[in-house]
Design a protein around this ligand. Structure first.
Ligand SMILES: Nc1nc2c(ncn2[C@@H]2O[C@H](COP(=O)(O)OP(=O)(O)O)[C@@H](O)[C@H]2O)c(=O)[nH]1
Ligand SMILES: [Mg+2]
Length: 144
């Protein structure tokens, strides 16, 4: 089974995002009556990448798709993890998490990340649900 890993610092919203994605998946699945869709992918929540000896290290070796959460403008550690994840063969999706906390919905932070990494970031809020559908679609594209 393919795995989708959720990476980010402690308190970056990893667990909340996992629940938001799961809720969306289950709802969408019941709507489409595609029960099989539920088991196709395994979502993996990880301990913070800022935790010494983190299990995120192991997960980084086994995920097909990695969500790298960034929630503020100190994201050097996250950039290093993006390189690490890509080297391990994962397709990395950069997520500006807790996007509802930004006046601009995370747009400026997404632009700053894109400027230094060349990667487009998706702004998502587990709280309001903004961007969850788009993120799910992007995950599905990467898994295809
Ligand atoms: N406003 C807001 N708060 C969030 C969001 N996601 C998580 N939080 C809050 O941020 C804190 C850390 O979230 P959590 O998912 O446990 O982070 P984790 O340590 O990365 O798993 C909790 O108090 C959450 O309620 C979000 O999208 N918006
Ligand atoms: Mg957590």
């Amino acid at each position: 089974m393919k795995q989708v890993g959720i990476f980010g610092k402690r308190k970056s919203g990893k667990s909340a995002l996992m629940y938001a994605l799961t809720r969306h998946k289950v709802k969408a699945t019941f709507k489409a009556m595609e029960i099989s869709g539920v088991t196709k992918v395994m979502l993996v929540d990880t301990v913070g990448v800022d935790v010494e000896g983190s299990t995120a290290e192991e997960s980084a070796q086994s995920v097909s798709v990695a969500l790298m959460l960034i929630c503020n403008d100190s994201f050097e550690m996250e950039l290093a993890w993006i390189s690490k994840l890509r080297k391990a063969g994962s397709s990395v999706i950069v997520v500006i998490s807790m996007a509802d906390l930004f006046d601009d919905g995370g747009a400026a932070l997404a632009a700053a990340v894109e400027e230094v990494s060349g990667l487009k970031a998706l702004c998502v809020s587990a709280e309001t649900g903004a961007g969850v559908v788009e993120l799910d679609e992007e995950i599905n594209r990467r898994l295809a």
